[in-house]
Design a protein around this ligand. Structure first.
Ligand code: SAH
Length: 352
């Protein structure tokens, strides 16, 4: 059966075939993206027969919520169970007026970053466009009716640039007025940096914010921390990032997870400052969030402060990412396929 969210653009034709007035498409759009209906039968201004015909022709959800956690800082995390048994996590973050979501792009991850929970079991498969949009809608449904999603970061499980074919249509719908209407300026794709895919993004769709996960200022160290770097190398990544900036005009973000004693020393900060100097970039430093079973350490406040100062003195814009959602393992790098793989269905579980 077709997914209603995948076949979104064909709906006008579908209604026309059934001799329905053209405003039906808009009505359906409002139910899906604004009222955030749970099922076709709730769409009370559509004729009852049409609702059941929709239900026979289209699927509205392919995933179910297997677990729902809420942290005291307002962060909520959903564990979604996919039709084939795979599991992914996605997160809603509240920050003053912002309502940001962090979505996953793959079941698991193949990049192998040594400090990240998402890649511990490798990758299973790419998410479909429908599954990408379902994460957005499921998270939007956690908001009261008068609130709307304001930002999307594709920074959950998986490598988004390894799944561009499905991601781009999903982001198109997220940013389109006939979808969620979130400005592309408020959508960020975070990537480990895959040069050919970065080139494709620059050529096809340079309208989103790009964040490149760096984590090391040179290839030797990056090869250790981000194994996929052995194939790509920093030089190619930096020059593709520069091209993206030229095409998009959007300031680049570089992410840098600080691992105590490993990549947070003064010499790393100095080398990083010279790598970034002259680039219109923001360095987003992320003190390591602990992952059960991994040996890495969050740097002391002192080490963090000195790292920040060296960069600032080197003329680099630095921001430290606020840790959110860590009490429910929803912070950066903590998203994973939960074990056991099949979790009993629970509609809502509050840990706060
Ligand atoms: N594959 C993409 C998106 C997922 S990672 C990428 O690499 O960018 C999203 C961000 O979380 C990255 O910057 C990543 O390095 C960071 N991250 C991963 N593990 C982390 C951890 N344990 N603590 C803090 N940040 C982490």
């Amino acid at each position: 059966m077709q997914h209603i969210l995948e076949s979104h653009t064909d709906l006008t034709a579908w209604f026309a075939e059934r001799k329905q007035p053209t405003f039906r498409t808009e009505q359906l759009r409002q139910w899906l993206f604004e009222t955030r209906a749970e099922q076709f039968d709730d769409m009370s201004n559509l004729p009852k027969e049409l609702r059941s015909e929709l239900a026979q022709s289209f699927q509205m959800w392919t995933s179910t919520t297997a677990k729902h956690c809420r942290a005291t800082d307002g962060t909520e995390k959903l564990l979604l169970q996919l039709a084939d048994g795979g599991q992914i996590e996605c997160v809603l973050l509240r920050d003053e007026a912002r309502r940001s979501i962090c979505i996953s792009s793959q079941v698991g991850c193949a990049m192998g970053c040594v400090f990240c929970a998402s890649g511990l079991d490798g990758v299973d498969r790419n998410l479909t466009t429908g599954e990408l949009i379902e994460q957005m809608l499921r998270l939007a449904r956690l908001l009261p009716q008068e609130e709307r999603l304001s930002h999307i970061v594709v920074m959950g499980m998986g490598e988004p640039l390894a799944n561009l074919d499905r991601l781009l249509p999903a982001l198109e719908l997220a940013s389109s007025e006939s979808g969620l209407g979130i400005s592309p300026r408020r959508i960020t794709i975070s990537t480990v940096g895959l040069p050919p895919a970065l080139r494709r993004l620059t050529e096809e769709c340079p309208k989103y914010n790009l964040a490149v996960s760096l984590h090391a200022p040179n290839d030797n160290l990056r090869n250790e921390l981000v194994p996929v770097n052995r194939k790509t190398g920093l030089t190619a990544i930096m020059s593709e990032a520069d091209r993206y900036f030229e095409a998009s005009g959007r300031r680049l973000t570089f992410e840098y997870v600080l691992l105590g004693g490993l990549n947070d020393l003064p010499e790393h900060a100095r080398e990083l400052a010279s790598l970034l100097r002259g680039r219109p970039a923001l360095l987003n430093a992320i003190p390591y969030n602990p992952v059960a079973g991994l040996p890495y350490k969050t740097p002391s406040h002192r080490a963090q402060k000195s790292f920040r100062e060296i960069l600032q003195n080197g003329g680099i814009n630095v921001q430290f990412r606020q840790r959110k959602g860590d009490e429910i393992n929803a912070a950066c790098g903590q998203l994973r396929r939960s074990t056991p793989r099949i979790v009993p269905l629970r509609t809502s579980e509050t840990t706060a």
